[in-house]
Design a protein around this ligand. Structure first.
Ligand code: WT7
Length: 573
């Protein structure tokens, strides 16, 4: 029996997500259908039919097995956007090894923390990846991280860019060399998994410093992700689907890799920056590949909108029939531009609200639902979502409250890896009596029952749609020798949704300067990653705190934006 909140789905069911995403298609006419179309930033192109993908997955699964990876062993993947990341993920699934994909923008420290938490013996990476015409040196980051990770025995390196890199004898192996060995046979047994067996861990930011390893499973996850994609985007065999996220985030896991392949669709992947070499790169790709459905984030739309209408106007975008948005509320200006200029006023925009934890879309229109720009509309069929006050009463229309999900769903997270107490505390404590899932967002309903998500209520910041915890950035700041104490807040930004402002108290003897600000930013880039670098660092002598010592971020926020500071009765000083 499954007890709240440790729900189980399809108990006793035997499956493997790779069986439904790959194996099954090669027995049908889809064997010769394109599964993946890829274009590198440098113009390289590759395609994979389901048959070829099947063989590559089998080969790499055999390679992993020969490296000693067994059912239940985790594998950490740190790669750029090439088909190999998809092959690596599917190969792990095939042999029952939970993957932990770490986004290629994270620093060596962040990678080392995630490797240690997942206890991965094997890391899969590439020498580099192309971004804005430059190489992202992925393998260097892995070298640094692995030095701090005694559990790692082997590193498999896919050669993407071909620059000089360090290869450690007896630890590092080239992907192409392993794939050429006789052990890399193109036949491989698919491990029979229980529906509830772990499929992957994906780390995401929460309220406290340590990132949480969100756990998803083979059974429920495959059912829910594929059903949501099929219904919301009405995906058909003749579609060319482009989810322009990174496979390293949940959006990529669910809607670049697993759901489209389960549906037997064609998934397009582009390696690099939307503006390289010119701001029409995406529109050229839509035209050239005949993309029919484009799913992206408001921050990307705003970033491209900046360059004006002439760039998209140069391209024939008439293949598009549907558009999608995810990651943060979409502002009306970006919505209108996306709808008019990109969708030619033909394509409804599916604004999908969901989270790493939910695995798939939870609040979303279906193509037939009347849209309201900025609202993800209504819950997906079967979902019971509400906006409630702190006692659990449903909020009236127009009243802001907390977003909760009232019934379990198949692709819900199962736990926080290695920390079930944190799972309970974070998601199931505020409404423990009712047994509701706390999403961590605030929202409003309108008179038509449409839900308008406002933003996070916890200490999570969304920068360009990326999720960061204030605690992660703050602990990065105080690990710099001059910094005694730090607080970070999110400040609204036209392009990125929000940006990070940091307030630092320096150690006695240190003085604030532009050089110091630069040095601290560099430190954060190395310690946490480029996406966590504050827009501005202010040196202060005190921070507003409650008498119990908690930093009052709302006071800092109000000050940064020149707004009223509100109730200061709990302020210590
Ligand atoms: C948080 C989850 C799920 C894929 C990407 C983000 C915000 C997500 C929307 C939307 C308003 C949204 C929420 C949520 N969010 N989609 N359509 N409208 N807000 O996954 O990194 O786990 O972040 O993103 O605040 O809690 P994630």
């Amino acid at each position: 029996m499954s007890a709240i909140p440790f729900y189980k789905w399809f108990v006793g069911g035997k499956t493997n997500i790779a069986l439904n995403a790959v194996d099954r298609h090669v027995k049908t006419w889809r064997r010769n259908k394109l599964a993946i179309i890829w274009e590198g930033e440098n113009g390289e192109k590759r395609t994979y039919s389901y048959w070829r993908l099947y063989q590559e997955v089998n080969k790499f699964a055999n390679v992993l097995r020969s490296m000693g990876v067994r059912k239940g062993d985790t594998v950490t993947i740190y790669m750029g956007r090439t088909p190999e990341i998809v092959i690596a993920m599917l190969a792990c699934a095939k042999i029952g090894a939970p993957h932990s994909v770490v986004y290629g923008g994270f620093s060596d420290q962040a990678l080392a923390d995630r490797i240690a938490d997942a206890k991965s013996k094997v890391v899969v990476t590439s020498d580099g990846s192309w971004l804005r015409g430059k190489i992202v040196p992925l393998k260097n980051v892995v070298d640094e991280a692995v030095q701090r990770s005694p559990v790692v025995q082997s590193v498999i390196v896919y050669k993407r860019t071909g620059q000089e890199i360090n290869m450690e004898q007896g630890r590092d192996y080239w992907w192409h060399e392993l794939m050429a060995l006789p052990i890399a046979s193109n036949k491989c047994e698919t491990e029979v998994m229980d529906a509830e067996d772990p499929l992957f861990i994906l780390y995401t930011s929460g309220t406290t410093g340590k990132p949480k390893g969100i756990l998803h499973t083979h059974g429920g996850y495959q059912v829910y992700t594929s059903t949501t994609l099929e219904w919301v985007f009405d995906l058909k065999d003749e579609d060319r689907w482009w989810c322009a996220a990174d496979p390293g985030w949940i959006t990529g896991h669910s809607y670049i890799v697993y759901a489209p392949l389960i549906l037997g669709a064609t998934s397009f992947i582009y390696e690099g920056a939307p503006t390289y070499p010119y701001p029409d790169r995406w529109w050229r790709l839509v035209e050239e590949y005949g993309i029919t459905v484009l799913y992206t984030a408001p921050t990307a739309i705003r970033g491209l909108m900046r360059f004006g209408d002439a760039w998209p106007a140069r391209h024939d975008l008439s293949s598009l029939r549907l558009l999608g948005s995810v990651g943060e509320p979409i502002n009306p200006e970006a919505w209108k531009w996306f709808y008019k200029v990109i969708g030619g006023e033909r394509c409804p925009i599916m604004d999908t609200w969901w989270q790493t934890e939910t695995g798939g879309f939870v609040i979303t229109p279906l193509p037939s639902v009347p849209l309201k720009p900025g609202s993800a509309t209504r819950p997906f069929p079967g979902q019971v979502v509400d906006v409630v006050d702190e006692h659990g009463n449903s909020c009236e229309a127009g009243v802001e409250g907390k977003l909760v999900i009232k019934r379990p769903w198949p692709s819900m997270l199962r736990t926080v890896w290695g920390d079930p107490d944190r799972y309970i505390k974070q998601y199931w404590t505020d409404y423990a009596q009712q047994g509701w899932y706390l999403a961590g967002d605030s929202a409003r309903k309108d008179a038509d029952g449409y839900i308008w998500v406002i933003g996070r209520i916890d200490d999570v910041i969304k920068v360009s749609g990326y999720r960061l915890g204030t605690a992660e950035i703050e602990s990065g700041l105080v690990s710099y020798r001059d910094v005694a104490e730090a607080a970070v807040i999110a400040v609204p930004d036209e392009l990125k949704g929000s940006v990070i402002y940091a307030y630092c108290i320096l150690n006695a003897g240190s003085t604030g300067s532009d050089e110091l600000e630069k040095a601290i930013k560099k430190h954060i880039r190395e310690e946490v990653g480029p996406i966590a670098v504050p827009e501005k660092i202010e040196f202060v002598t005190t921070l507003p705190k409650t008498r119990s010592g908690k930093i009052m971020r709302r006071v800092l926020k109000a000050r940064a934006q020149g707004l009223p500071e509100g109730d200061l009765s709990t302020l210590e000083d």
